[in-house]
Design a protein around this ligand. Sequence first.
Ligand code: NGO
Length: 584
Amino acid sequence: MLLSPCPGSDPRPASARPRRRTAAVAAVAAAALTLPAAGPAVAGARSAGTRAPAATAAGGTRFGGAIPRLQGVSPAHRLVPAPASVKDVSGAGFRFGRRTLVAVDGGAHAVQVARGIAHELRTSTGFSLRVVKRSHAPRNALVLRIRPASKLPAATAAEGYRLVVSPTRVVIDARAAAGLFHGTQTLRQLLPPQVESHRRQPGPWKLAAVRITDHPRFRYRGAMLDVVRHFMTVAEVKRYIDHMTLYKLNRLHLHLSDDQGWRIQIKGWPRLTSYGATTEVGNGPGGYYTQAQYSSIVRYAAKRFVTVIPEIDSPAHTNAALASYPKLNCNGQAPPLYTGIEVGFSSLCISKPITYRFLDDVVRQLARLTPGPYLDLGGDEAHSTSHADYVRFVQRLEPIVRRHGKRLLGWAETSAAHLSGTGLAEYWNPATGSAAGTETATNAAKQGVGLVMAPASKAYLDMKYTELTPMGQSWAGIVEVSDSYDWDPVTFVSGIKESDVNGVEAPVWTETLKDLRDVEYMAFPRLPGVAEKGWSPARHSWSEYRSRLATQSPRWEVMGVNYYCSPQVDWRYCRTNPTAPAAK
Ligand code: NGO
């Protein structure tokens, strides 16, 4: 059964109604969603001092009580994603104190990273952590240095780093500011979770002695946020970016248009936002970003080494645009706005020149607002377009994107067209990776189009964890935390080589998720697992990962993140015990 918030209200004739995806979408009325009693009342609230009686389940999970400081949990047992190499060093570690400096040796971007981490640490530690420029490494300091390639392991590249903790200082060396930034995210996880607090917390702020050398397995490590089915505010998007950076994700794919709404201001096409943005799934008011707001998201992300990739889905998933401008429809008639969750019924008119003038305007404006190399023009579920028309459409689309200086990112279906080999294709379905249909991935690889792996049965964060998860869908399966971790981006589809894969992405679709609090509940704990698939060497197993993952929940608790305490993990902390009847 499919979710339709206003049953029986679809005015279209049956022939024009949406088609179902292969398996049924779980019927969950978004309006009626209730969360289990996990997570704080307000997303964004941060407090580190909650005290309630603690209890420990047979498996080892700790429920309630003071949030643990994780003292004595060694670096190798607490970092997500796992670094390429971690060597525990015997002897004393480092302790931040009132006089600790943040010393930086590098250009403007390195200084910005130093200021960023100093600011974060100041809030919770209460120390002044003065940022100073130094070409030598002072004592009692967090030292951030840009170093030439010859001074670092060859694999370090642009995003890697080396982090050494000794009693006198903590040194992070990298070839570029992005590497320094990732090193500071590792540093956060080496400190007690209370360091995430927005209020001053008692110390001590100690780190174990360690030597870490680290670099990512893949360049593209993405998260996709659907801001259409339920609109997310600018503040919510920025908070999600913060969550991404803790796990070294570096691409934010923003799904900005779909049947249920158009979410970005396009000059010269005002009805897209004055009319097409006024709906979302259910009866909510929708919303959109002005170009200035979009730019503020792009800047916020860039400061954190995250590249924004805007998506305007086409030729399908376009009802909001078609409803806003009758001339975009083959018959010249605008359909009504749509607030259900079915897919594949809408299409831009492939044969009309206005379609391409429209897309050219949209692409030109987005290209100007987006510093990253990729624009995503969708290409999924074009069920109302013939195969020949679809191929023709994609082949007209890519030159538009390239004319405006960008590369095409599309869902992997786009590989049915002849592509230039400069873009990327995102694989999502078939969710099993072995059924007929996986040639979307192999066709892309054959054309030199890089793959972004987001198989729905693994990486889709909108799939339910269990039958009882009070939100989400299940068309690609029930995806517990171990299922979403247990795969490899290269071997998932047969016939693919490591060099064909640019990376991974964790999409979160919001048909049943009404705000960021719901998104967090589905993303945590699965988002860090997909991030690890993108960053860490392939050797890690679920049984080893689950004990590192268990150390993350105290941090989420302090950050005010809403998360699911999966019974598959012996959590270091859980606010409530979702399964223990004795608690009642
Ligand atoms: C599909 C579909 C989206 C849905 C999503 C729900 C893709 C690429 N297209 O994924 O429109 O929101 O599933 O899980």
